[in-house]
Ligand binder design. Sequence first.
Ligand code: COA
Length: 163
Amino acid sequence: MDDRLQNKLEDLSGLVIRKMTLQDLEQVVAIDQISFSLPWPVRSFQFELTDNEASRCWVADLDGRIVAMLVGWFIVDELHVATIATHPEFRGQGLGKSILLHALLAAREEGAIKSFLEVRESNEVAQKMYRDFGFVEDARRAGYYKDNGEDAILMSLDRLPGG
Ligand SMILES: CC(C)(COP(=O)(O)OP(=O)(O)OC[C@H]1O[C@@H](n2cnc3c(N)ncnc32)[C@H](O)[C@@H]1OP(=O)(O)O)[C@@H](O)C(=O)NCCC(=O)NCCS
């Protein structure tokens, strides 16, 4: 194996996926801002953590550094993946898949049977990740994203992992 990759993989040994807390907010917002052209305001993450009972917020914590985050909404029997991002320095090492799997398994434990999400038409990396989980395209929302008028692809997963 390439030495650099070996080092990177070894560096992930302290990784824990856990619930997001208010103490994580600064790092979570930084990942959001660097990852999206329409980042959420800080108060949206605050709301998810303090007021929204449907929220299921997760972080991947590498020895105190937040390297990935996910916000989901648990609605009836579905987990809506509202946002997910990996810090750019840590992409391509399985963190996106790990935090998504964790969120889906935790939702299944709570009784969810399905999941759905929206993704930009141009976001092929994320679409591939979702397809690898079994998400399929259901529909499109024309001009959904306000910054560039891009379409959203609606994807759903009918059977959660392990279900
Ligand atoms: C989408 C995102 C969360 C994936 O996170 P990640 O930690 O890099 O993901 P992983 O390393 O677990 O890779 C997951 C899958 O994504 C795909 N992928 C990752 N990097 C890729 C690349 N450079 N090119 C193509 N596909 C890629 C692959 O399918 C990969 O699975 P594989 O390694 O088994 O082939 C990350 O790219 C990101 O934060 N993007 C910006 C925010 C975003 O677009 N979020 C999704 C909004 S809907």
